[in-house]
Design a binder for this molecule. Structure first.
Ligand SMILES: Cc1cc2nc3c(=O)[nH]c(=O)nc-3n(C[C@H](O)[C@H](O)[C@H](O)COP(=O)(O)O)c2cc1C
Length: 205
């Protein structure tokens, strides 16, 4: 059986992406950088060009960021605030009252793709993100007055990774988790041909 593709085969923007837990606490995200990163989401594809995504942005030190930290899970509260920004993502779950934004069944898919664009744009600028689901979605919905046709979905910590000699003032469990080797299922486990469950021939030749 041919070896599964290694990360080395990927474009460096993807090869060098990882979900970073230890950030440089002195790094400040400038408005131009932030705009460029959010433009990546803006130009992401979506079903019928519905663009069913939303982002609430908190910058370390501002009130939005402080409110976000309050709703994080206790584990995410330890590492996520060290990033320069926390972004909560939203996707549309119903047509809005003014019927200006029609609901699409692919809204969460489109949001995920927009976030993927954000991760790649951030990487191209020397930054990294770690996405997270561990926060109180109800509390975030209330705190940020999210209308009923939108759902708060995930969080994104965005920042400059800490240097090799900077432990980011993190406890040992975070440093240990950050050092865990990354692993993935082999392609044969999820690339099929003929019928579901039959690995594609080009993988096994
Ligand atoms: C939707 C989603 C939710 C996640 N939730 C959390 C989380 O709450 N806390 C956390 O530390 N990491 C979280 N992660 C990060 C994953 O653990 C990480 O992407 C995965 O282990 C693969 O690591 P890699 O991105 O470095 O390849 C989440 C990632 C995604 C995409």
């Amino acid at each position: 059986m041919a070896p599964t593709a290694q990360p080395e085969t990927l474009t460096p923007l993807l090869r060098d992406r990882e979900s970073v837990m230890v950030y440089d606490r002195s790094h400040v995200l400038g408005p131009d950088t932030l705009r460029a990163i959010l433009e990546a989401a803006r130009w992401s594809p979506s079903a019928g060009n519905s663009q069913p995504w939303g982002f609430i942005v908190g910058l370390r030190g501002d009130d939005t960021h402080a409110a976000m930290v309050e709703v994080l899970s206790s584990a995410n509260q330890v590492w996520a605030p060290s990033a320069s920004a926390i972004i909560l993502t939203l996707h549309q779950v119903a047509t809005d009252e003014d019927h200006e934004l029609a609901y699409s069944d692919y809204a969460m898919f489109d949001l995920g793709q927009a976030v993927a664009h954000i991760t790649v744009q951030a990487r191209s600028m020397g930054l990294q993100v770690r996405q997270f689901g561990g926060f109180d979605h109800g509390a975030a919905t209330e705190r940020f007055a999210v209308p009923p046709h939108w759902a708060v979905t995930t969080g994104i910590a965005l920042g400059l990774p800490a240097g090799p000699d900077d432990d980011g003032e993190m406890p040992d469990w975070v440093l240990a988790r950050a050092r865990l080797p990354r692993s993935r299922l082999p392609l044969e486990a999820f690339v099929h041909s003929g019928k579901f469950g039959h690995p594609a021939d080009f993988l096994t030749d």
